[in-house]
Design a protein around this ligand. Structure first.
Ligand SMILES: *[C@@H]1O[C@H](CO)[C@@H](O)[C@H](O)[C@H]1NC(C)=O
Length: 288
């Protein structure tokens, strides 16, 4: 009797072991299948961050391609408006990148012109009183890194962009409200219409120098920085220049029709001076 009971107990113990072992085996097989399908992955490159933290992916990506000068402060995106479509990227450039762009352009600044809609030639203008220069697309590895970042953020390929234009506005200098898209045949031959603009602020401005969208369809006084705006800045949705920040706005709607709410200008600088860099992007490839 005792013996029977003992062996039954033994058998029970044995079956517990085997069922635990087979469950572990099953679990291993399931995990292997899942990781094979890419549904489950081992935390190989975690660096202590969660897989949903996109900023860490961006950091890893920008470190791995060797570019990027200096250290960028905390990345953050702010939606400014849907009419026009406008987004603010905090700390898009590092301080070193801003200084690099200014120093490259500084010795070559020329009085800014506007494009003549009949001939496509540049001409002097009273509506635009800044000075500026173009930096050839892909000029060096630091420019290439910035241009790649612009493509990543805007989802527009590097090849659709014009060369970066660095601009300098001194006290009293401005750019009156205008569209970045063209209303003529000539200027859309290369790359088609301009679709988006990414404007990078390379310096802070003590007073004035805001980017203003006078036709924005929103409550313009609801921005938290309303009280810091100049008189000109209060004429529309306005953004104060801050070193390293970037403004992305679209001149076309998602169906590629022109968006007149993208009307924008640069308010006169009242105190300090303003440095910025602009990337114009076209619907198609822009040949340089
Ligand atoms: C616009 O925003 C301001 C500040 O938030 C608020 O005081 C005002 O009532 C708003 N105006 C309208 C028309 O919603």
């Amino acid at each position: 009797m005792m013996k029977v009971r003992h062996s039954r107990l033994h058998a029970k113990k044995w079956s517990t072991y085997t069922s635990v072992l087979s469950m572990l085996f099953m679990l291993t097989v399931v995990l292997l299948i899942l990781s094979g399908l890419g549904i489950f992955s081992l935390p190989v490159n975690s660096e202590g961050s969660s897989p949903n933290d996109l900023s860490s992916h961006r950091r890893i990506a920008s470190e791995s391609d060797g570019g990027g000068m200096g250290k960028r402060e905390e990345q953050r995106t702010e939606i400014l408006s849907w009419e026009p479509r406008a987004f603010l990227y905090h700390n898009f450039l590092s301080k070193e990148e801003c200084e690099y762009l200014i120093n490259l352009a500084k010795p070559h600044m020329l009085k800014s012109t506007v494009v003549d809609s009949k001939t496509g030639q540049s001409k002097d203008s009273r509506v635009r009183t800044s000075s500026g220069m173009f930096l050839r697309r892909g000029r060096d590895r630091f420019i290439r890194e910035i241009e790649k970042r612009i493509a990543d953020f805007s989802f527009i390929p590097v090849e659709h962009g014009e060369g970066l234009q660095v601009l300098h506005y001194e006290v009293g200098q401005k750019y009156e409200a205008h569209f970045d898209y063209f209303l003529d045949e000539f200027n859309t031959k290369n790359g088609g219409q301009r679709t988006a603009t990414l404007l990078m602020y390379l310096s802070d401005v003590e007073e004035g120098g805001e980017t203003v969208f006078p036709a924005a369809n929103m409550n313009i006084s609801s921005v938290p920085w309303w009280n810091e705006l100049s008189e000109c800045g209060k004429k529309g949705l306005s953004l104060k220049p801050k070193m390293g920040n970037a403004l992305l706005f679209w001149s076309t709607r998602p169906d590629a029709t022109l968006d007149p709410s993208s009307l924008h200008g640069s308010c006169p600088v009242i105190r300090g001076n303003k440095w910025s860099a602009t990337k114009w992007m076209h619907l198609g490839e822009y040949k340089v």
